[in-house]
Design a protein around this ligand. Structure first.
Ligand code: HEM
Length: 413
């Protein structure tokens, strides 16, 4: 692929915007900022020698998500693109194209069997109640992020689904903790030593786990991945490591951030919380509506143009990097009228918050199920919950463009 990037002077000037995607001010105010992006066709975000095409309107986002001929997810092997190779050579499912991607996804799909996930419901409820009990027992003010959401997916994915022991779990958790460091390394920069150490250790632990489950398979997630065969085809050891890594990296923070965002939005728009108390059967659609307004991040993984083309009238040249904003699509007034109004009756069915097209989030059913059970339990246990500070404004952390609420102090009763 030709990855020569054009001089910005040769671009449509009315679509060039000086914009630093890592700017904290952008993240702190992302809902209002991205609601503005969503009113415009794709634009060129130019900052410090880097150029990315931001795609925010719903129809443009869908077009790019679905067209894998014109837009590849595979990171070009060329100078300047090292910043997208964040995982020390691991090839995640999200960075594969075509038949390669489809084959790996097919071989992973049985591990996401909805019946197996639903069968975990009693254990998931027990885990959620245990987390609430422990947080209450401290006697401290309850932080929905620090005391609950942070522990939610590690307990569900690593304890209940992967059935890991404590040292194995510690290696997975450490690996997921260091990942945000990678998005802040400048192009061509060195990975920090603690990052390299966490990856090296997780590789040893995951490879040993693969061997263990292959010789003694159970009904856990890793055993299903290790034993799934399709017409004689199976994931190789490298593919297994890469995809166990992918699932862990994709699942933990995104689900925690989403739960904190949902609780924040419902308590901020108190009338919606009161309505949900009256109509708890609306929990699934309230989750969709809250995530439409405040997702876990505002940019998808990059796409790279394989040909000269256009989207929404914006010229895209071969080799350009495109960033879809699923959050933008959620706030597009053409698709969701009055997008900044939160209304749990809206029922936004075709949300792009889990992506779209061939790379639609593989864990979306699991994530939605965990969020649903968590919110149902929270609503039932703490109907009088409120924000400790009625004027609370979240501060965010995580990788560039992630909107992980750092802490969410609540009064529960
Ligand atoms: C609320 C929580 C979650 C959110 C908001 C979320 C969001 C997303 C998005 C937007 C994508 C598509 C990225 C793109 O195409 O650029 C994606 C892909 C993916 N997600 Fe999630 N995710 C969540 C939870 C999970 C969980 C719990 C798992 C696994 C247990 C998971 C596994 C994956 C995988 C494997 C992919 C790559 C799929 C592919 O490329 O075919 N995610 N996720």
């Amino acid at each position: 692929m030709n990855v020569h990037l054009p001089d910005t002077a040769t671009l449509q000037q009315d679509r060039v915007v000086p914009l630093d995607l890592a700017d904290e001010a952008l993240r702190e105010n992302f809902i209002a900022e991205i609601a503005e992006w969503a009113k415009h066709p794709p634009f060129y975000a130019v900052h410090g020698g880097s150029l990315q095409v931001i795609v925010s309107r719903y129809k443009d986002a869908i077009e790019v998500y679905r067209d894998r001929e014109r837009f590849s997810v595979k990171v070009p092997k060329a100078p300047g693109f090292e910043r997208f190779d964040k995982f020390m050579g691991v090839v995640t499912l999200a960075q594969m194209d075509g038949e390669h991607h489809d084959r790996i996804r097919r071989l992973m799909s049985p591990a996401f069997n909805p019946r197996a996930i639903t069968a975990l419901e009693p254990e998931i409820i027990e885990t959620i109640d245990d987390l609430f009990d422990r947080a209450e027992a401290t006697g401290r003010q309850f932080d929905a992020m620090g005391d609950f959401a942070t522990y939610l997916m590690p307990r569900i994915l690593l304890d209940l689904m992967f059935r890991l022991d404590a040292p194995q779990k510690a290696a997975f958790t450490r690996m997921s903790e260091v990942i945000p460091m990678a998005t802040r390394i400048p192009p061509g920069g060195e990975f920090p030593q603690e990052y390299k150490d966490a990856f090296a250790h997780s590789r040893t632990v995951i490879n040993a786990l693969i061997d263990e489950r292959r010789s003694n398979p159970g009904d856990d997630f890793v055993s299903v991945l290790v034993t799934t065969k399709e017409q004689g085809d199976q994931l190789t050891d490298t593919e297994l490591y890469d995809q166990i890594f992918t699932v862990t990296a994709s699942a933990l923070q995104s689900t925690a951030s989403s739960f904190a965002a949902i609780v924040y939005v419902l308590l901020k728009f108190r009338d919606q919380w009161e309505e949900l108390k009256r109509r708890p059967e609306l929990v699934p659609q309230a989750i969709e509506e809250c995530l439409r307004y405040h997702g876990a991040g505002f940019l998808s993984f990059p796409r790279f143009a394989t040909v000269d083309t256009e989207v929404g009238g914006t010229e895209i040249r071969q080799g350009m990097t495109l960033r879809i904003s699923p959050q933008g699509a959620c706030l597009d007034p053409e698709h969701y009228p009055d997008p900044l109004k939160v209304d749990i009756h809206r029922n936004p069915k075709d949300l792009l918050i889990f992506g779209g097209g061939p790379h639609l989030c593989l864990g979306n059913r699991l994530a939605r199920f965990v969020l649903q059970v968590s919110l149902e339990r929270f609503l039932r246990r703490y109907p009088d919950a409120r924000l400790a500070d009625p004027d609370f404004r979240p501060s965010y952390r995580g990788q560039v463009s992630e909107t992980q609420i750092a802490s969410l102090p609540l009064v529960l009763r």
